[in-house]
Ligand binder design. Sequence first.
Ligand code: DOR
Ligand code: ZN
Ligand code: ZN
Length: 371
Amino acid sequence: MPAAKTMKKLTLPGLIDPHVHMREPGATHKEDWDSGTAAALAGGFTAILAMPNTAPPVTSAETLQSTLLLAGGKACCDFGQYLGAGADNTASAPAIAPFSAGLKMYLDQTYGPLRLDDMTDWLTHLQAWPHGIPVCAHCEGKTLAAVILLADLTRRPVHLCHVSRREEILLIRKAKEQGIPVTCEVAPHHLFLSEDDIPAIGSGRSEVRPRLASRRDVQALWDNLDVIDCFASDHAPHTLAEKDSPTPPPGFPGLETSLPLLLTAASEKRLTIEDIILRCYTNPARIFCLPDQPDTRVEVDLDARYEITAAGAYTRCGWTPFEGMPVQGRVTRVTLRGKTAFEDGKVLAQPGSGRNVRPEVTTPPGVTLPD
Ligand code: DOR
Ligand code: ZN
Ligand code: ZN
């Protein structure tokens, strides 16, 4: 009888994804708080921070409160909800800040209506938003350079989302060397895909903001890994029908593929397990001021080899740009606060068992909850 193959197990802390799109309210056919947080657990994430470009967008105390109520009733993992920066909420945003995961500033056009064009609105938000509560920016190229300048002028930390280009990562290196308080994240799709993959993925399905970049850009991200504070999926689910339509919305699902891709890179010695823990746990916990999750861990089989497929995934969107990609490393069990939340491919956590990462507060000022 052949000797039973022992699987090489690894235990990680509960991972944190600081950049996901949950689509509830407004587009639950793409994802809701239940399916999205189940996908998070299946991917090894025990806490996620949700972006505000929902329908309606989360830009007020009322929309934040109603979204947090939905999340609290359905989430299977811990969660926070960002507030979107608008031209019309510069005055009201600071009072709502402690209830949110942070402020999200959209400085370029992407999915949804949130976009801040006037740099004086950027400045007002950055000056008024409480220090100690994070600010994130969707910025690309020259808007990234501009917001770095504003972080310097206002001396407040700004987290730069989904950096994808050589010119951006090199500028961030320079800014950090100068002591400008910026941090940044890179999405796995910008590390593992380039514009050369667009023909194979299909043009509609390849739509994402920032766009897939050149191989030189991708190499620059790998060459400057020390500048990258976090890996964040930017899980942005849209259905296959939408992606294959004449007006494909930008965005890739990523919660269930991020860790397998990163573990594969570790198996190939392109990064280390410590690099993953630093960028998917230690740094996001610090940058986003997240509470500890006691008795929480993610068990991984480092030897499991398989191909990524959308079949059987928990995300509702029904596809992945990584379909058929060979990977090594599988999440086998997730324990959240002492309870098995995911095991053998099944999410066991109950909807509603996830907690708000800003637990000290429940109701933003100006909102009266029904009795
Ligand atoms: O591709 C993207 N999709 N980039 C974004 O910035 C937004 C996201 C979405 O919400 O679909
Ligand atoms: Zn973005
Ligand atoms: Zn995003």
